[in-house]
Design a protein around this ligand. Structure first.
Ligand code: UPG
Ligand code: MN
Length: 916
């Protein structure tokens, strides 16, 4: 396919400008997600507000930012005739448009990269030539460090040379797949949606159910969608919560459809303050809204009560059965014992030791009464008027895989694989999408958007997965701990999008089922090939060694290869079918098969996401990064520094594990694009950089010793070179910020977090790798804490501020925090002492010495600036007052300088031989 840029002319209708039948503009103008409820006044204002934008100035501001962002991108024009012949796609539509960075921005960006490359080479050559240092071992190590920095920067930078942005064309998808002229309904393919949860305690049930509800109410044909929740703890609470959520969905989903509500996660929706009504029935909105909100409050109350409801019920049953003796079981509402974990743990009923469970919570809509004909459906169950609205709810399935003591369960990857197999038996949709339980669908068009990429005429068939950016809703406005990660999500990922595609990021990713099964992409079709269904031209061994011992599962793989779109469960003797489903989630199913290696999500690596994406790319599939005007998904991020760093340990350690695995990007992945390979290589080695960063960070200590120690002479040229190469990184950054459409703050936070992690999380991960051959233990997948301290820490400091970010001010000291603390402390000391020395030796120091001192201090200040968020974390709740460090630090410098001067003159007088 060839393409030519024609700036300024519109390409295919984009998600944003799709008119009429397409996606409407975001419904919400002003979504300050404050805790405040929805007052009647506000509600009235909503309905009246209509086009008079509630949050006018903010909306305008947003518009301006958006324009500025898009101003740096131009359409890549597609010449249909060429592509159609090449792809053999015949009548298949183009479903997305491409944009690339404008030449005016891209070329200077590339030139700067080249300039820096040259500068770095000159710098290293200069250092080697001037091997003159007061501490030679340090000199040698730092030269090695500089070479490493250079290589790792290259691996990081080269894949970013030609970023691409792609916008799904939802209107075209509707035209070609939904509103078919002959009234044939929708021909969209099925999607199996997976939600994983580790347990109901570390991952609040309310979040998980909101995730499920956002799926059940999303805009996709209900009979093509199945929602699976896999509970890795086998807890009855989660099963019953799912039952409750599915039944609430019967009200929630039609309400969302009728009033075009966004987002379709009720907790977030009911927190919205102002919105423009965009549905079809403004007159009925207020009444419906109040009714649904009341019902939702009741659902929440029931969810909260579940543990005690279950406990009380179980107590009653247990006392009834007391005479028969036996353990204290946990009982389901229907009077049978729960096969999973019990409140009072017992043999075969405790965490890590329980049976596999598959329960259909809500059956497939086809097995129920057909949707109401126009004007129908005003039954007693539903007091609202849902005339003409599809009131059906997609199929909902609860899964908990079997756990046995002494077996490796492979954490999230194992969980997802079990889900993949169960779904193959039940619905076998050709596409799957998975969510962490703390993420929800924020844009009800998101699944359709992903489908635009999967079904596109050009690259649809070779697209293995479609990844969306991860966005977070609970991060403080200053993003103190760099949770938004925009440099990664909007920089690195758009960059890869111009190569073979973004990496898999763990959540919000739609997969082609076959790509997950380890099947190769189909060979490019030529125009002479006839349009055929099925995965033509690829041979796959479908055997039990590869896929395991379930005949039904093997059949499902065959069906998937033929692209038979089964979505309703096969008709089979129910008992036998249940037995087979339980078998595919048994804890031994994977053993001796390719699950976890060449089939499914990959095992034994803490970042199952990166490596699974790598495996799929290595087979030649491509992936797509899907950006939407209204964020597709939202999730939560750890806003507590300790938690955040644990997460980084897992990511960086997991990434390095990839290097020492069969998925090493230097050696494997036969069909990887060269620069894509470079990017993956960078992912697997970047934490090593921290070893050298740490070394440099300790340099300021030299101020604390009496002698002047110069690590590289001539020192002035050295510092100037450093300023040059570091300065160039930031100049390149200025360009990158522009095309990535991010703020300077995002960039700076990223720099700061790289530094903080380089002193804590990354070296910890490196250490893990070093001792791994001895201990045999990999990086532990520790579930990221999601507990909100909002209620616990209710404003006890009386400052009246909101405590939404209470968790941010709590730092748990753990060993990995020692190095940054030492660096921070020695920097503060060093600056203070340097100040004292400058005063004491005023008039004694030569001009050169003064210059050296000034340059040294420059370095200290730089490190302090990078460590700023860490400094805030250290002072805990004091950091609520912005800018406090700017008072505290100078104070500390002055005190230290004074102490230094005092000690100095004391020594001069009494112990002259010890003068410092
Ligand atoms: O034994 C386990 C452990 C975790 N999970 C699930 O895995 C998901 C992610 O776990 P979390 O602790 O929230 O990890 P994060 O640090 O938030 O996850 C990021 O990093 C992970 C890789 O390290 C990716 O898998 C995630 O998608 C990505 O959001 C959650 O839904 C968990 O329920 C399980 O199902 N079983
Ligand atoms: Mn998470």
């Amino acid at each position: 396919m060839s393409s030519s840029p024609v700036p300024g002319t519109g390409g295919a209708a984009s998600e944003h400008d799709a008119g009429g039948g397409g996606f409407r503009e975001p419904l919400l103008a002003n979504c300050a997600c404050d805790d405040g409820g929805f007052h009647d006044g506000a509600l009235a204002a909503v309905v009246v507000a209509n086009s008079a934008h509630g949050g006018g100035s903010r909306a305008k501001e947003k518009d301006a930012v958006k324009k500025a962002k898009d101003g740096y991108w131009v359409d890549v024009h597609h010449r249909p005739a060429v592509a159609d012949v090449e792809s053999g796609g015949g009548d298949r539509p183009l479903l997305f448009s491409n944009k690339k960075v404008t030449a005016a921005l891209l070329y200077p960006y590339r030139v700067l990269i080249l300039v820096r490359l040259v500068a770095v080479i000159l710098f290293i050559a200069w250092r080697i030539k001037h091997n003159n240092s007061d501490v030679m071992w340090f000199w040698a190590t730092s030269v090695v460090g500089d070479v490493w920095f250079a290589l790792s920067w290259l691996l990081y930078q080269l894949p970013k040379l030609s970023p691409i942005k792609r916008t799904p064309d939802l209107a075209a998808l509707r035209r070609h797949y939904d509103d078919l002229p002959d009234g044939g309904g929708s021909i969209l393919p099925g999607i199996d949606v997976f939600v994983t949860t580790a347990d109901p305690v570390s991952e609040p049930v309310l979040y998980t159910m909101n995730c499920v509800l956002s799926i059940l109410a999303t805009d996709y044909p209900v009979d093509r969608l199945t929602c699976y929740l896999t509970d890795d703890s086998g807890a009855l609470v989660l099963y019953e919560a799912l039952v409750e959520a599915a039944s609430f969905a019967a009200l929630w989903a039609p309400f969302c459809r009728k009033h075009s509500v966004e987002p379709r996660a009720p907790e977030s929706y009911f927190q919205l303050e102002g919105m423009i009504y965009n549905g079809r029935s403004p007159g009925e909105f207020m009444n419906d809204y109040r009714h649904v909100q009341r019902e939702y409050e009741e659902l929440k109350a029931r969810l909260e009560m579940l543990p005690s409801t279950i406990k009380e019920r179980s107590d009653v049953y247990n006392s009834m059965k007391a005479k028969e003796g036996g353990a204290h079981a946990t009982w389901m509402a229907n009077g049978t014992q729960w096969p999973g974990t019990w409140i009072e743990p017992a043999e075969n009923h405790r965490k890590g030791d329980h049976a596999g469970i598959v329960k259909i919570v809500q059956s497939h809509p086809s097995s129920e009464a057909p949707p109401p004909a126009e004007g129908g459906n005003n039954n007693n169950m539903n007091p609202l008027n849902f005339d003409g609205v599809d009131t059906r709810v997609p199929m909902v399935v609860y899964v908990s895989r079997e756990k046995s003591p002494g077996r490796e369960h492979n954490k999230k990857a194992g969980n997802l694989n079990a889900q993949l197999r169960v779904s193959a038996l039940l619905s076998n949709a050709p596409f799957t999408i998975n969510f962490d339980c703390d993420h929800y669908i924020n844009n009800s068009q998101a699944l359709r958007a992903a489908m635009c990429f999967m079904l596109d005429a050009r690259e649809g068939d070779s697209t293995g997965f479609v990844q969306f950016p991860q966005r977070f809703q609970n991060v403080d406005p200053t993003d103190r701990y760099g949770n938004h990660n925009r440099v990664f999500f909007d920089g690195a990922m758009y960059a890869l999008n111009g190569l073979q595609g973004p990496t898999y990021l763990g959540t919000g990713c739609m997969f082609r089922r076959l790509a997950l099964y380890g099947v190769d992409p189909p060979p490019p079709r030529r125009s002479s090939d006839v349009e055929e269904h099925g995965h033509g031209g690829v041979t796959v061994d479908i055997d039990t060694n590869k896929f395991g011992n379930s005949v039904l599962f093997l059949n499902s793989v065959l069906a998937a290869l033929k692209q038979e779109r089964r979505i309703a469960p096969p008709e089979l003797d129910e008992a036998a079918f249940l037995a087979e489903m339980t078998m595919v989630v048994s804890s031994s199913y994977d053993q001796g098969t390719d699950w976890g290696s060449s089939v499914g999500y990959i095992y034994n690596i803490a970042t199952e996401d990166i490596v699974t994406g790598y495996r799929i790319h290595g087979q030649g599939w491509r992936s797509m990064y899907c950006s939407m005007e209204r964020e597709a998904f939202q999730g939560t991020a750890p806003i507590n520094l300790t938690e955040r760093l644990y997460q980084i340990v897992r990511w960086s350690g997991g990434s390095m594990e990839v290097f020492f695995s069969p998925y090493n990007p230097l050696l494997s992945g036969r069909r990887l694009h060269l620069l894509q390979r470079a990017a993956y290589l960078n992912f697997t080695i970047y934490p090593v950089t921290s070893v050298f960063v740490l070394l440099y960070a300790f340099c300021p200590v030299m101020w604390l010793i009496p002698a002047e120690i110069i690590i590289q002479r001539p020192f002035t040229s050295y510092v100037l070179y450093l300023v040059g190469v570091v300065g160039l990184i930031h100049t390149i950054g200025v360009f990158e910020i522009k095309w990535a459409g991010i703020a300077w703050n995002d960039w700076w936070r990223n720099e700061q977090f790289f530094m903080i992690a380089s002193m804590s999380a990354y070296p910890t991960a490196v250490l893990h790798m070093v001792v791994k051959p001895i201990t045999g233990k990999g990086i532990h997948f520790r579930v990221t804490s999601k507990q909100t301290t909002t209620t616990a820490a209710a404003d006890d400091d009386g400052d009246g501020g909101d405590d939404r970010y209470a968790d941010m001010y709590e730092m748990r000291w753990v060993p990995m925090l020692i190095p940054p603390a030492v660096v921070l402390f020695s920097n503060v000391m060093a600056i203070g002492v340097a100040l004292g020395k400058a005063i004491v030796y005023n008039g004694v120091w030569s001009a050169v010495q003064k210059r050296h001192a000034a340059l040294g201090i420059l370095f200290n200040v730089w490190i302090m600036a990078l460590l700023y968020p860490f400094g805030l974390a250290v002072i805990g709740r004091w950091s609520k007052k912005p800018g406090i460090l700017f008072v505290l630090l100078p104070l500390a410098f002055v005190v230290i300088a004074a102490v230094y001067i005092g000690v100095h003159f004391f020594l001069v007088k009494f112990l002259p031989f010890m003068v410092i």
